[in-house]
Design a protein around this ligand. Structure first.
Ligand SMILES: [Fe+2]
Ligand SMILES: [Fe+2]
Length: 192
């Protein structure tokens, strides 16, 4: 695998300055949370760095890459191709940045929607994306506070609830993986 600094330089040339700044914020938060929750710090750093590596791609390019890579294309994804910047990001991370690690690739792939039975690294990247210092939206402080506590699942449930509530308020399409992710975490709590 390429050294982190090299990946960082390569990525910087690909992202708009605002997106790059957001990315560095996600890296810092992801590393901090990896230490807090006992995840692999180096993996969190790389997953955070590359999570939005396909964010600047146009919808039609995301669809082209997704179909040539045989990614499943459901109705919702076809209508909202930007949802693909996660799964396509994982393909780009593999092909352009040389990342082979499954855990890192999955955290990139599922950072937009979440998924059922998320790994600790999935959860860290999902949350870091929402709480990095550049983020400013109603409820961000409450989510930051939830992330400081010991229960990362509670923080994820709050983030999923915020997302679902927001998408519902604009009558948008909610990806079933987001519902599955939230339900899985709540079921885990009930069954504990
Ligand atoms: Fe993203
Ligand atoms: Fe992001």
């Amino acid at each position: 695998m390429k050294p982190y600094k090299e990946l960082q330089q390569q990525l910087q040339g690909q992202l708009k300055p605002k997106r790059y700044k957001h990315t560095l914020g996600v890296v810092d938060c992801a590393v901090e949370m990896a230490n807090q929750f006992g995840a692999n710090e180096a993996k969190a750093q790389i997953a955070g760095l590359l999570h939005d590596c396909a964010k600047n791609y146009a919808g039609k390019d995301l669809l082209t890459i997704a179909s040539s890579s045989h990614l499943p294309l459901d109705q919702i994804t076809l209508k909202e191709p930007q949802l693909l910047h996660g799964p396509v990001g994982a393909i780009v991370a593999q092909n352009k940045y040389g990342i082979q690690d499954e855990e890192i690739l999955n955290a990139i792939a599922y950072h937009t929607t979440g998924r059922k039975n998320m790994t600790l690294l999935d959860k860290i990247i999902y949350l870091a994306d929402f709480i990095e210092p550049g983020r400013d939206y109603p409820g961000v402080e409450k989510l930051r506070k939830a992330c400081e506590k010991d229960d990362i699942d509670n923080a994820c449930i709050l983030a999923f609830s915020n997302t679902i509530r927001y998408i519902a308020s604009i009558s948008g399409l909610i990806h079933p993986r987001t519902i599955d992710a939230r339900n899985a975490l709540i079921l885990k709590k009930i069954n504990q």
